[in-house]
Design a protein around this ligand. Structure first.
Ligand code: PLP
Length: 405
């Protein structure tokens, strides 16, 4: 039948039938696609009930239904587990999906989380507004304060939750110390490593149980694919995968394909992001209009020593934050004056973008909650891209001059 179709019309099949088989001959014997094809099919067919049962019993031997897994999402799982040095990994449709899948897989009603008070605003809101509906409570503490973590421990506590580099204050976490503290308190350690990526820092090597990423950010890297990943201990990843499957947190084959494609350039992109961010941070520190610069690669950063320990290649990522005097009016004028750096409520693109956490990542927090975690009205977050750095400096310099006109 294949030969028949390869020869084109006429075939024995009615055009109505033929149309439904369009594109079936994607591969020819003897050669194979070098890049993985996109498997844009929701479901897989079986030749017999026995074949279907075989895949039911051994899911790793076949494909079933795209909500469960696709060849593209499985390829991304494999690549991410290898990059993280983790036993296993599983994708989700977004960073929030990955965090929710990881937490749902590990927790049950009545359980308790101890989380760092400086985490991403979306995760903060998930823990405060959504998880209590499922009977899961969270206590927020400064995880650098060991006594505070110990004091927050309840008999029902299960997870110690934090980020490698926090969003947007760029606080660097002591991974080895927190992994040890979690074990001591019989808690699982969960870290969101979106800002560092496995190229810069691999938390599993420091004893962390579960690593999560919004792959929407650096791993995708081009603002064109949404996604998340959960990597770490086999049984925890399997539980997250099952939760994600039943909650429909699937990553689409196309997004997974884009993410796998992007992984190939992640190391060179992270090197370029880090180099530009270091130069920009050092330059910004010298500008009189800039009150404070937060970047782990700066000697002035409060956890610079920790940053050097956990990011030993001297790459500290592309995210930096800084404060201008003059609150929202000054921030607004500065953003309007930038020519080439757009205001974008996301991060980690190859193009430099700027964001205002008060209106974006931390919008869901009340003003007092924002202030408590250090997100002031003067704070801007710069996601430094891979452009020629002199062009970035020129644009920022002229926008800073505008502040005084
Ligand atoms: N984790 C961090 C650190 C983030 O910055 C974000 C989004 O900005 C997320 C998780 C959520 O990712 P997503 O938007 O893909 O759901």
């Amino acid at each position: 039948m294949l030969e028949e179709i390869e020869q084109g019309y006429p075939t024995k099949r009615h055009p109505a039938t033929e149309a439904t088989h369009a594109g079936e001959i994607a591969e020819r014997r003897g050669s194979y696609p070098v890049a993985q094809p996109i498997y844009q099919t929701t479901v897989y067919g079986f030749k017999s009930l026995e074949d279907l049962e075989k895949v039911n019993e051994h899911p790793a031997d076949g494909w079933f239904y795209y909500r469960y897994e696709s060849p593209n999402s499985a390829a991304f799982d494999h690549a991410m587990a290898a990059l993280e040095g983790a036993e296993a990994a599983t994708t989700a449709g977004s960073g929030m999906g990955a965090i929710f899948a990881a937490l749902s897989g590990a927790l049950k009603a009545g359980d308790h989380i101890i989380a760092d008070e400086k985490i991403y605003g979306g995760t903060f809101s998930l823990l405060v507004d959504q998880l209590p509906k499922f009977g899961i409570e969270t206590t927020f503490v400064d995880v650098t304060d060991e006594l505070a973590v110990r004091a927050a421990r309840r008999p029902t506590s299960r997870i110690l939750y934090f980020e490698t580099i926090t969003n947007p204050l760029l606080h660097v976490t002591d991974l080895e110390g927190l992994a040890r503290l979690a074990r001591d308190l019989e808690l699982l350690s969960f870290v969101d490593a979106t800002f560092s990526t496995p190229v810069i820092c691999r938390p599993v090597e420091w004893g962390i149980d579960i690593v999560m990423h919004a792959t929407t950010k650096y791993i995708g890297g081009h603002s064109d694919a949404l996604g998340g990943i959960v990597a770490g201990r086999q049984e925890l990843v399997a539980a997250a995968k099952l939760a994600g499957k039943l909650m429909g947190l699937t990553q689409s084959p196309f997004d997974a394909w884009l993410n796998v494609r992007s992984l190939k350039t992640l190391p060179v992109r992270m090197a370029a992001h880090s180099k530009n961010a270091q130069i920009l941070a050092e330059w910004l520190e010298k500008q009189p209009a800039v009150r404070r610069v937060l970047y782990p690669g700066l000697a002035s950063h409060p956890q610079h020593a920790l940053a050097r320990k956990y990011m030993p290649d001297g790459q500290f990522g592309g995210m930096l934050s800084f404060e201008l005097d003059g609150g929202r009016p000054a921030v607004s004028k500065f953003i309007r004056s930038l020519h080439d750096i757009p205001l974008v409520p996301s991060l980690a693109d190859v193009t430099t973008t700027i964001s205002y956490p008060t209106s974006t990542s931390h919008r869901m927090l009340s003003p007092s909650q924002r202030l408590a975690v250090g997100v002031t009205d003067d704070l801007l977050r710069l996601s430094v891209g891979i452009e020629q750095v002199e062009d970035l400096i020129e644009d920022i310099e002229q926008a800073l001059h505008e502040l005084h006109r």
